[in-house]
Design a protein around this ligand. Structure first.
Ligand code: FAD
Length: 316
């Protein structure tokens, strides 16, 4: 807003996802969250049939891609060995890597792993061009705290404006969390109540996991016309992809793989899947044959460059 500031200083963090039944069994369904030898808090986290291991904390050069490096992988293998000295891990067992830059406060001499994870709100009186209104800058923030932080920030804005809060959303469940069953029994009842011929318990549970209670709306769409599961995965159907194309703002084929589903995260993307999803999306998204091919190439490039995943094209 025309006024220089230097509040932010991100640190890069990477994770790997392993297909490692022995490590998965050793976790025994529990997240292992501990202090590594360098004093940083790290985790080994069983997620379904995979194990997530993270994370690193290094100063980020925003001019470069945030990707998981070989030395970060060595760090992960080292921390696994710290907890499970008898388990061997191999790079072949990595099915996915991902990396991001945490929006942390600028930290100068503080080591990246020790920078505060709290957020703060900086107020500059009469900053902005023309020196009028105050500028509030949100510094830091996490997924787990985003609602508390939004409430705090809006309270500060209301105070600036001299306006009373009329409504609180503190207890309001949103999106797929609205009406979500609050017990395992309730989840099972929801699944049973939404099963149908051609939609077994696994598929119904998969929809509830993916959309939360919005799955009810998805299911109504699926049931409005004939549908079939894909040949390349039983976790998606033709109608569901059409639903995503209409309602879930898919820009690229790769969005379905890394943002709308966990197929890439779990190492389940194949050449066959790329072809089939691209073909089904082509109708609703108006892709011609050339666009379909370039979407497949783009997905392969993104998966390789940012996630260490090599997916070969099918030889036609
Ligand atoms: C290494 C690391 C560890 C973290 N650990 C924790 C933790 O333990 N606990 C916690 O609470 N938070 C943690 N966070 C923070 C948390 O990940 C973020 O707060 C959260 O993901 C923010 O969610 P979001 O939806 O706002 O943004 P994002 O999750 O960043 O989603 C934005 C999406 O938009 C896409 N996008 C961007 N530009 C475009 C465009 N032009 N067109 C189309 N798509 C676009 C991006 O690809 C991305 O998928 C961590 C972050 C990092 C990097």
């Amino acid at each position: 807003m025309g006024s220089a500031s230097a509040f932010m200083g991100g640190t890069k963090g990477s994770h790997i996802v392993l297909d490692h039944p022995e490590l998965l069994a050793a976790c025994n369904g529990r997240e292992i969250f501990f202090e590594h030898t360098d004093g940083r808090i790290v985790l080994i986290y069983p997620m379904g049939d995979r194990v997530l291991v993270g994370t690193t904390d290094v100063d980020a050069d925003m001019a470069e891609d945030a990707v998981c490096t070989e030395s970060e992988i060595d760090y992960f293998f080292d921390l696994i060995g710290h907890v499970f000295p008898d388990i061997t891990v191999d790079r072949e067992q990595i099915v996915y890597t991902f990396s991001g830059v945490r929006p942390l406060p600028k930290h100068d001499a503080t080591q990246p792993g020790f920078v505060s994870r709290d957020y703060r709100i900086e107020r500059r009186a009469g900053a902005g061009q023309g020196g009028g209104a105050a500028v509030l800058s949100l510094v830091g923030g996490k997924w787990t705290t985003f609602r508390a932080l939004a409430e705090h920030l809006s309270n500060d804005v209301l105070a600036e404006l001299g306006v009373e809060r009329k409504v609180s959303t503190a207890k309001l469940a949103i999106g797929g969390g609205a009406g979500f069953p609050d017990s395992e029994d309730g989840v099972q009842r929801w699944i049973k109540g939404h099963m149908a011929p051609g939609r077994d318990a696994d598929r119904t549970a998969g929809l509830l996991t993916r959309y939360g209670t919005r799955a009810g709306e998805v299911i109504s769409f699926l049931d409005a016309a004939p549908d079939r599961l894909l040949h390349s995965t039983r976790e998606l159907s033709v109608r569901e992809l059409e639903f995503m194309a209409r309602n879930e703002q898919i820009g690229h084929l790769v969005d379905v793989l890394i943002r709308r589903t966990s197929l890439a995260f779990r190492g389940l993307v194949t050449g066959e899947l790329l072809n089939e999803v691209a073909e089904i999306l082509a109708g609703p998204l108006g892709w011609d044959a050339a666009t379909r091919t370039s979407e497949i190439t783009h997905a392969q490039e993104v998966l390789k460059r940012f996630h260490g995943v090599q997916v070969h094209s099918l030889v036609s």
